[in-house]
Write a protein that binds this ligand. Sequence first.
Ligand code: FAD
Length: 348
Amino acid sequence: MDLSEYKGVFIYAQETDGKISPISLELLGKAKELAANLEEKKVTAVLLGYHVSGLTDELAEYGADRVIVVDDPALEEYTSEPYAHALASVIDTYKPEILLIGATAIGRDLGPRVSARVHTGLTADCTGLEIGDYPLTAVPGHEADQKHGQLLMTRPAFGGNTIATIACPNFRPQMATVRPGVMKKAEPKPGAKAEVVNYNPGFEKNNCWVEILKVVKEVSKAADIQDAKILVSGGRGVGSKENFSILQDLADALHGTVACSRAAVDAGWMPKELQVGQTGKTVRPNVYFAIGISGAIQHVAGMEESGLIIAINNDPNAPIFDTADYGIVGDLNQVVPLLTKKIKAALA
Ligand code: FAD
């Protein structure tokens, strides 16, 4: 593999139901930042789907200099084989140095398949990406040397107890799937245009081809906690499903949304889609209330980027107070209703 042939930062632009997924716009923001530190500054979005050509301008507004479009009936609904074939073929033809994919259900299926086909490595579920030097300490005779301009991919490891930084120095592209909600979207530039390249990888049905007979969508009643500006999050300390109503009252008073820790999900009190943390969602609200939540590293990983963190806990030594901007030591059953009453009175 001649690594010097591989240039530019690419992202996979995920389209679902005629819309670009928010994670793809987040990836464009990060890709722009990474490309600024490389020789080839162009950012390319790879858009796969059917009747998707109308989405290229949105990708341009969020930072794509070029969009490679594969528009084909074979890509109408996501299935592994045609999507993996299309993306692997784009890589073989356009040779990106870096390829970023959202760690969505689709991205987690697509990324590893594609990396295996093009024979490179992939770091899954990254929470940090930067261009830097990779030390060759393990290579005999080169212990003091470094490879420059490598993609350093950071992700939690060993159940979130440590953070690993991984590089892929000998193969290209350097591939990563990235957790939704972690990277920031760039400010959109209305009216920006990208170079659009239509690409046809040629589709041939093989024995891995799956036919979709029917798509049944889950109808969710819960608000998306990743969109909320104010989150009122509860943990095991809330004590029961019913008692989450006091958090709901506080959320209602602030026009906020209720979220929770994994302990509350495991206890069957709250649905998984409201879980914040390493195996839940990464959130960045303006205000995050952590109520009856101890502050385990796996929870904090999903909320530490919040604008203002307010913790309520009856244990003055709870680790959550190390992350919080404001802490209230007390019984949540007393503190939360009192807070709600005061806020309602102040806003009345
Ligand atoms: P606890 O740790 O039991 O804390 C309850 C807190 O409530 C305590 O601090 C206590 O002092 C306080 N409290 C009790 N009663 C009251 C009261 N009346 N008033 C005020 N305070 C009170 N966790 C997540 O949240 N999200 C994840 O995505 C996640 N992913 C994980 C992934 C892995 C691989 C692993 C191993 C773990 C993961 N966890 C995750 C679990 C995590 O390690 C913790 O177990 C979990 O966050 C604890 O939830 P908690 O803070 O609600 O409960």
